[in-house]
Ligand binder design. Sequence first.
Ligand SMILES: NC(=O)c1ccc[n+]([C@@H]2O[C@H](COP(=O)([O-])OP(=O)(O)OC[C@H]3O[C@@H](n4cnc5c(N)ncnc54)[C@H](O)[C@@H]3O)[C@@H](O)[C@H]2O)c1
Length: 368
Amino acid sequence: MAEIGVGMLGYAFMGKAHSHAFKSIGHMTWPPPLEPRLVSIAGRSEAAVSEAAGRYGFESWTTDWREVVADDRIGLFDNCGPNSLHAEPTIAAAEAGKHVICEKPLGMNADESYEIWQRVAATGVKHACGFNYRFVPAVRRAREILESGAIGEIRHFRGRYLQDWLSDPAAPKTWRLDSAEAGTGAIGDLGTHVIDLARYLVGEIETISALTRTFVDERGGQKVDVDDAFESVVSFAGGAVGTIEATRFALGRRNAFQWEINGSKGSLAFDMEQLNELHFSRGGPGFERILVTEPTDPFIEFWWPPGHIVGWGDTFVHELHHLLRAIADDSSVGPHCATLEDGYRASEVADAILRSAASGSRETISYR
Ligand SMILES: NC(=O)c1ccc[n+]([C@@H]2O[C@H](COP(=O)([O-])OP(=O)(O)OC[C@H]3O[C@@H](n4cnc5c(N)ncnc54)[C@H](O)[C@@H]3O)[C@@H](O)[C@H]2O)c1
């Protein structure tokens, strides 16, 4: 079986999720499109990255990501670093001939995201942006139902991504609360996931009016200069209207990415905290609960018998498997996996949220 060397930047939350997924692909998706070989991982601290390399099974480690980019054993570069470290390494890896996947949000703003997409696309490598929620079986099933016409003409999209981990004012300041490292707060962290699924399920967002709020503007004596939450009203090119919101201040909501779509014939609804379930209304009162774990359901071929549910971490298995398939077969990464173009388009909407919040007026989004 052909193998592909994987180089990774970042070993913490996403580094762990992606490493775990690569290892699962090797045996759960038998036979995998390419056998992922964990070659090298980069981090800042020698002690921590060497420990992570041993734990995840990487053959080598480095404190300089440039060594990963220059490593001839590597065919796929996986950027799991903070947002400020997406552009330079991702572009450098592609220009060194490596296929790339970069976590979301793609860049610090739309200009940077555009630059990443354009420079990577010019090299001809396969490229993906880490919008893993496209790879929840129930989300893919929702897209199939929408494509079948069973919902009819889409009128509403209501998407909200609610977490609670910043509610405590004593929570420390991390890179996620610093505009120099994160770009934005809830907008880039959570909002871009909602924007991407809105685009994947409903279509392009055309206008937006939004407001942002920072509830705790100082943590541990340091200034917080990003949004804690945003609320927005959107219109879609296809005629639907909707709302998109995100916060890290919704007590009781740990990872509640919830969306609902209402069409002329029916509705669909979903909550990430019950990710195996899709709720389907065929037009009558109430919703039918569909357990998306049948052998014919998306991605379930890799897993267990019906009802033996899958989890959040498995979305990365599906996403990276899809990318390996595209590399092995020279097939398209889109439309089911987000490309760097999708990453750029989400950034345009994120920028428009900030513009609208600053101006108080509705913003029209134009895509380059
Ligand atoms: N798709 C998702 O569901 C999802 C979830 C969480 C985070 N993310 C995205 O993934 C990215 C990483 O987030 P995270 O939660 O894993 O962050 P994290 O803080 O847990 O990990 C960041 C990693 O980057 C490393 N790093 C930082 N600066 C570095 C440098 N100069 N050189 C080398 N390594 C460096 C850190 O050591 C750490 O290993 C972010 O862009 C974030 O938005 C995506």
